[in-house]
Write a protein that binds this ligand. Structure first.
Ligand SMILES: Nc1nc(=O)c2c([nH]1)NC[C@@H]1CN(c3ccc(C(=O)N[C@@H](CCC(=O)O)C(=O)O)cc3)CN21
Ligand SMILES: CC(C)C(=O)C(=O)O
Ligand SMILES: [Mg+2]
Length: 270
């Protein structure tokens, strides 16, 4: 954007235009106002207030203990810190699975806190919830593939869609959410060729994390790509702090690498 362009929040319509224009969408998780300001300075398009905050902020070993109140608190903090990025809030474990009605009730405080879209995990079985929220004015991003809130059912944080039936299921899951009105589909830890096939089949933008370079955009967990904590990281993480002397520099390097297609490289893919 030029300096003259008035700053306003990106909307789901802007994401559709970006996909159509072939401009990659750069998304990052973020949980507070100061980092939101840094994300904005770096040209990040979408900020996700992820339930990964349960792990990187709260120190739990899964995302399951995160509540609607936690996400709302961090969403309000992020919203105060930036003007341009689209604000996407995760619906946490237990806040939407029971029924579409419960999902709507719990999406309300997230939208009131400043979210423009909410994200729910799950396949075709959650499409009716997407439909219910969308019919009531709440844009939805569907999160398919590796769905961390189901870690105990999946038997760990494992790559999804590796065999033919798993791949067919992921295609069906993504199409079901699009048909139900999802504005965006996020795919986590799926083979790159499968994510490319799904992106080609869908009209809505797709966001990948460990899903190859052919998605419409990419997302990473902020603390992972800044290499805040030592230790083993998922294959899809790249340390963008390396060679940078500031946080905004690292975030800008990430945005640039997403936009020019150099991230993710083959070494980050399944
Ligand atoms: N800090 C952080 N980063 C994340 O990306 C993240 C979270 N937390 N919390 C919620 C989930 C959990 N995530 C994870 C965690 C580990 C792997 C992982 O290590 N995967 C193996 C793949 C194993 C296989 O081949 O099936 C890998 O080696 O990448 C993937 C996603 C992604 N999300
Ligand atoms: C890893 C991303 C996609 C997420 O859902 C989160 O940060 O909670
Ligand atoms: Mg999440």
């Amino acid at each position: 954007m030029s300096a003259q362009t008035p700053t306003r929040r990106l909307t789901q319509l802007d994401l559709v235009k970006m996909r159509a224009a072939g401009e990659k969408i750069a998304m990052l998780t973020c949980y507070d106002a100061s980092f939101a300001k840094a994300c904005e300075a770096a040209g990040i398009d979408i900020i996700l207030i992820g339930d990964s905050l349960g792990m990187v902020i709260q120190g739990h070993d899964s995302t399951l203990p995160v509540t609607v109140e936690h996400i709302a608190y961090h969403t309000a903090s992020v919203a105060r810190g930036c003007q341009r990025p689209l604000i996407l809030a995760d619906m946490p474990f237990g806040s939407y699975q029971e029924s579409p009605q419960v999902a709507f009730r719990n999406a309300v405080p997230l939208m009131a806190a400043g979210a423009q879209m909410v994200k729910i995990e799950g396949g075709a079985g959650m499409a009716d919830t997407t439909r219910y929220l969308v019919a009531r004015g709440i844009p939805v991003c569907a999160h398919v593939g590796l769905t961390p809130q189901s870690v105990h059912q999946l038997g760990g944080y494992r790559v999804q869609g590796k065999d033919a039936s798993g791949a067919a299921q992921l295609v069906a899951d993504s199409l079901a959410h699009q048909e139900a009105g999802a504005a965006m589909v996020l795919m986590e830890a799926v083979p790159a060729p499968l994510a490319a096939e799904i992106t080609a089949k869908l009209a809505v933008p797709t966001i990948g994390i460990g899903a190859g370079k052919d998605c419409s955009g990419q997302v990473l967990v902020l603390h992972d790509m800044l290499d805040v904590a030592p230790g083993r990281k998922p294959r899809f993480v790249r340390n963008f702090m390396a060679g940078q002397d500031s946080i905004v520099g690292a975030l800008s390097a990430y945005a640039a690498a997403v936009k020019d297609g150099s991230f993710p490289a083959a070494e980050h893919c399944y």
